[in-house]
Design a protein around this ligand. Structure first.
Ligand SMILES: Cc1cc2nc3c(=O)[nH]c(=O)nc-3n(C[C@H](O)[C@H](O)[C@H](O)COP(=O)(O)O)c2cc1C
Length: 203
């Protein structure tokens, strides 16, 4: 699909056809395209929990304000951000270890820790900004494959953290439901957007 149409036609689809499955191969293709999203130092401080089973959907539904789309959509992704993803344990650093001297690598890691690890606010910003970009990338990648999506943050973040056994440094950043619009329903019209004149300050 033409890139411009992907932007114009992506909608937060409230109604998914519960009878239309999302092929595993399509979900994999969406994720493998979406991970081209940028991230700080290319650290990719994220992971995704794909909630597909009836039992998993029920558990998530109760942590997500009982939003029906979680039960109706074939899959809902929990987008998880890692507040400690800049630390040396992140396997992405291994790639740089092959390209840099150990001294240079340590310098880069120290710099990343300084930028992202010196306060809780920075750690949260690091996790949420990067994982948020992944979420957006997933929604546009889905559209490339003709798959509809719906982002959600009207959820119990700490409830999801407990229910899905996230690590201490991990946070649920948002949910993204994926599937196919139920054409028997009517999608509300696209709401207006504030444009350049409203949101841009030139400095
Ligand atoms: C971070 C985020 C969280 C959202 N959370 C919810 C939600 O919990 N429930 C819901 O029905 N819609 C949610 N939405 C969908 C928005 O209401 C929707 O994107 C917006 O109204 C614009 O509609 P459009 O995406 O179809 O253009 C969320 C969107 C974003 C980006």
């Amino acid at each position: 699909m033409e890139a411009r149409r992907i932007f114009e036609e992506r909608r937060a689809v409230n109604f998914f056809d519960p009878k239309q499955e999302l092929e595993s191969s399509t979900l994999q293709a969406i994720i493998n395209l979406a991970v081209l999203a940028p991230s700080a130092f290319n650290l990719q401080p994220w992971r995704v929990i794909a909630v597909k089973s009836a039992a998993g959907k029920q558990r998530l539904y109760h942590q997500a304000s009982n939003q029906a789309k979680i039960v109706e959509a074939p899959v809902t992704l929990i987008i998880v951000g890692d507040r400690a993803g800049y630390e040396a344990g992140n396997p992405v650093w291994d790639e740089l270890a092959d390209m840099q001297t150990p001294e240079k690598l340590k310098e880069t890691q120290d710099f990343a820790r300084l930028l992202y690890g010196t306060s809780e606010e920075r750690r949260i910003k690091f996790a949420e900004s990067n994982a948020g970009l992944l979420a957006m990338s997933i929604m546009y990648a889905a559209k490339c494959f003709g798959v509809d999506s719906h982002p959600m943050s009207g959820i119990d973040f700490s409830g999801i953290k407990t229910e899905f056994s996230l690590q201490e440094a991990e946070e649920a950043v948002m949910l993204v439901a994926l599937g196919y619009f139920d054409h028997s329903k009517t999608l509300y019209p696209r709401r207006k957007r504030r444009g350049y004149a409203d949101i841009v300050e030139e400095a």
